[in-house]
Ligand binder design. Structure first.
Ligand SMILES: C[S@@+](CC[C@H](N)C(=O)[O-])C[C@H]1O[C@@H](n2cnc3c(N)ncnc32)[C@H](O)[C@@H]1O
Length: 356
């Protein structure tokens, strides 16, 4: 017996093993959640009510034997309910809101697409740990791009128009009348499209340096028939235009190599009374205050996606996804902004406002 085993407290070990078996279960079940998303298993259950595996398989064109195994994992996870008398599986309204309804503000399905990319890209990130080099956004598995868009969209849909824009000084009034807006690092453009739909008198341009994302955003705008929005490939430090009334950055400032350079560029592109809105992952300023469930999720993505993305670009400041308001404020004011404040927040987002 080693010194280490001698000093082990069995009760503490039991407690820790209980937590770790739970975590192992969550990790192994995450691939089954993704399968459920891709095959429409949750939506079928939400639409039809309690189903036997045979009925769920029939409705989704899948194999009954696989569905039985999947459903048992989901019931053991607490993601589905099970009625032993009827041998039927079902989704409670709360489970349905999280897994089945992409329009619900608490839909988490998108997160599981992103998790798939973390494993697909792990060898590259492991190498980057040794070399200190970055991994650029566009080099990630494509699950990441749709996963990020799916993950953030419910929160933008629930909060952007009703709460976040009104929380900015004077912005809602300008947008209603007709304003000129740039959405930088827009990805698939869900934030841009929501604003363009809500404010038809204003014009919007979404910029991102990732061309496939700009193609997807353009396609979504066309599908919605929106004529007041365009998308263009451009970097945060050199996007075109001038005298914008509002420039928005949704969950992307910390991914950039030179966020201070971006801040200087935004300062130069805003009208004198314009507003820079920065939405960043929720974080406290003190590192140890982020050692909680939300911080845990963000530190995972920060290690595997955000920090490598920043390190792959010029300067490579690598703010990380848990930089917090104080650190972001330093970057923003270094770009020439004199006013900076927290305008709103949710458990997942900080909404920051900067003025000249
Ligand atoms: C986490 S995603 C957020 C996308 C979108 N804003 C959203 O909320 O769904 C970060 C985005 O920032 C973009 N990005 C990163 N660095 C950039 C840069 N220097 N210039 C322009 N876009 C950048 C990436 O291509 C990616 O689309």
């Amino acid at each position: 017996m080693t010194a280490t085993t001698n000093t082990i407290n069995p009760e503490k070990l039991n407690e820790f093993m209980g937590k770790m078996v739970g975590d192992l279960g969550a990790a192994t079940s995450s691939v089954l959640v993704l399968i459920g998303q891709k095959l429409g298993l949750y939506t079928a259950l939400a639409e039809s009510g309690p189903l036997t595996p045979a009925e769920l398989a029939e409705k989704t064109g899948t194999s009954q034997r696989y569905i039985l195994e999947w459903a048992c994992n989901q019931a053991a996870s607490g993601y589905l309910d099970y009625d032993p008398a009827e041998e039927r599986f079902s989704l409670s309204p709360e489970q349905a809101a999280v897994f089945a309804d992409e329009e619900s503000p608490v839909y988490l399905g998108g997160g599981f697409y992103s998790i798939a990319s973390l494993f697909a890209d792990e060898p590259r990130v492991t190498e980057a740990f040794k070399s200190g080099q970055g991994v650029s956004w566009g080099d990630h598995d494509s699950c990441l791009f749709c996963g990020v868009a799916k993950f953030f969209k419910p929160s933008y849909k629930a909060n952007l128009i009703p709460a976040w824009i009104p929380a900015l000084e004077g912005a809602a009034g300008k947008l209603k009348k007709g304003a000129h807006v740039a959405d930088v690092g827009c990805g698939f453009g869900h934030s841009t499209l929501l604003m363009a739909e809500a404010y038809p008198n204003s014009t919007f341009v979404g910029f991102d340096f990732h061309a496939p994302s700009i193609e997807k955003a353009t396609e979504l705008a066309r599908e919605k028939g929106l004529t007041n929005v365009t998308f263009q490939v451009a970097k945060a430090k050199d996007f075109p235009g001038k005298d914008y009334d509002l420039i928005t950055f949704f969950d992307c400032l910390h991914d950039m190599g030179d966020p201070a350079g971006a801040a200087r560029h935004v300062h130069g592109k805003l009208a004198d009374d314009g507003t820079w809105m920065i939405v960043e992952p929720f974080a406290h300023d003190k590192r140890e205050d982020n050692f909680n469930p939300v911080g845990r999720v963000y530190y995972s993505f920060s290690t595997t996606v955000c920090t490598p993305s920043s390190l792959s670009q010029e300067v490579g400041l690598a703010l990380g996804a848990q930089a917090g308001e104080k650190r972001i404020g330093e970057v923003v004011t270094s770009g020439g902004f004199t006013r900076f404040r927290r305008a709103a927040e949710t458990p997942f987002n900080l909404v920051l406002e900067a003025r000249k």
